[in-house]
Design a protein around this ligand. Sequence first.
Ligand SMILES: [Zn+2]
Length: 343
Amino acid sequence: MMGFDAERYSRQTRFAPLGPEGQGRLAAARVAVVGCGALGSVVAMALTRAGVGFLRLIDRDLPQLSNLPRQVLFDEADVRAGLPKAVAAAGALQRINAATTIEPAVEDLTATNAAALLHGVGVIVDGTDNFETRFLVNEVACRVGLPWVHGGAIGAEGRVLTIIPGRTACLRCLIPEPPAAGTLPTCDTAGIIGPAAFVVGAVEAAETIKLLAGHDATAGRLLVCDLWDATWRTVDLAPLAATGCPTCRRADYPWLDGRLGGRPIPLCGRDAVQVPSAGGGIDLALVADRLAAIGPVVANRWIVRADVEEGVQLAVFADGRAIVTGTREEARARAIVARYLGA
Ligand SMILES: [Zn+2]
């Protein structure tokens, strides 16, 4: 047999540019999706439904009610259960397609773990919400020569760029100077409508399917759309690719080397602060016991979560990170972690 259910994918294989051979490639493919929020949910859902064989979902956060207008893999029960997004998404995806292997990674992608988390896949897809993580992904992709699909959505606007290191422009070719933290609009400040994320996620999924099927001739064209103004345009970045940039031409990796970044990355769309691990993992059972003295605790093998003060929620992850919801002040978040974890 050809490694997939012929009847299930008959409408895809009938699409001549994909065909049975392309479908076979999807079944054998391994893809990493970085971020499982608005874009990552749509990408992961589309690729799972399309019959991609393996997906690694990398996400550091928990679903919130304010995510539900656009993060299609989650529902109210997931918010109550306190499952990490990567785990809740894996469950939803496995119900859609049992033949796809889903590997959730409840982790914050950093310069330290990026290479390991992005190892062993053929394509990386951007489902993240911040430029720090995107530049890390770009550098890993350029270093190992891995194609990746960049996408972003804000307000009613979206953009998508498929990057093939060494052939097309890379993210740094497009954005030579990383924007200073807080200078760009984010979904916190500018908001976002669900359809903008759906469009971008759908285009990213299509680009991924094309790469996996070997149709990479259209890579390197930046799509920019605005759903409110009903405008769609593509910009051929071939002139940028012709010169290249220090990262894709001279193996300069400032984010991976730690010359740039390294600050805690704010959680977009969340009134929350992530406090990094003090080092190593943490005994969640012990944390659960301690927090149970304060009030009701949600505990599972990935997190322990409790309302620790009026309007403030503390979630502790097995890798030792904590997310404090209900504040945007880093000092206050650190104080709360110290108070309740005794750090
Ligand atoms: Zn470049």
